[in-house]
Design a protein around this ligand. Structure first.
Ligand code: ADP
Ligand code: MG
Length: 234
């Protein structure tokens, strides 16, 4: 379980997140929606230990994580899939996966984990020796997810996994996310696509100008387009 309480984050002289509080109960998917620049990625980077919050608390299964570095957060079994996939284009699929376990010293264990990922994502198995840059956008997103799973997280944070994907590929991504939940993961899903959030999440929060402006059961989101449009500005 992830519990974020009264989180305040500044970038330089700018307050980017103000008094953000929410929870992601174990084995549920919680969506975080919001327009461009509303602070979604800043929030994930703060939870990942890449940005140090000014104040507030981040509890992972009851343990305080605010102020930890990324390795410390990973040790509490929370990992992030970055925005824009960010696979290493000139490295092979297999090499990209190996990098996801860079903190592990045990090369036999790394090989075991890679073969688990190739079982879980058969498309990656077919293309394990190809350079990641040769994969389609949707395949690269699957690779980015598999790479994050190499750290064996209990909690997975995903930053706009459906962005830039064709609708049919978005449907596949929805299935992947639901699969991850079925396998026991707890997921914080950042999205701009309200449809994806409504399809997979149980609860959604809308970030607006660095504050949570609105929270709702995800199933109600699509029934209330006016409310959504007022917060997402579309
Ligand atoms: N390194 C930075 N320094 C200063 N301001 C930043 C930095 N990174 C992001 N911001 C600002 O923080 C706000 C939130 O950005 P971001 O978290 O990337 O939003 P989102 O992911 O919702 O699009 C924006 O106003 C952005 O300009
Ligand atoms: Mg972002």
């Amino acid at each position: 379980m992830l519990e974020v309480s009264h989180l305040n984050v500044w970038r330089g002289a700018t307050e980017v997140l103000r008094d953000v509080s929410f929870q992601v109960p174990k084995n549920t998917i919680v969506a975080l929606l919001g327009g461009n620049g509303s602070g979604k990625s800043t929030l994930l980077h703060s939870l990942s230990g890449l940005i140090r919050p000014k104040s507030g608390s981040i509890r992972i299964d009851g343990k305080e994580a605010a102020g930890l570095d990324p390795a410390g957060v990973l040790a509490l079994r929370m990992a992030q899939v970055p925005q824009g996939r960010e696979v290493f284009a000139s490295m092979t699929v297999r090499e990209n996966l190996e990098l996801g376990a860079a903190l592990l010293r045990d090369s036999r264990r790394v090989r075991e984990l890679v073969s688990q990922m190739l079982d879980r994502f058969p498309m990656l198995a077919e293309r394990s020796k190809e350079r990641a840059g040769m994969l389609s956008g949707g395949q690269q997103q699957q690779l980015a997810i598999a790479r994050a799973l190499m750290a064996q997280p209990d909690i997975l944070m995903m930053d706009e996994p459906s962005a830039g994907l064709a609708p049919v590929v978005v449907d596949h991504m929805i299935e992947t996310i639901l699969d991850l939940k079925a396998q026991g993961l707890t997921i914080l899903l950042v999205e701009q696509n309200v449809g994806v959030a409504a399809a997979v999440a149980s609860y959604a929060h809308v970030l607006q100008g660095g504050c949570i402006g609105f929270s709702s059961p995800a199933e109600g989101l699509l029934d209330n387009p006016e409310l959504v449009s007022s917060y997402l500005g579309r």
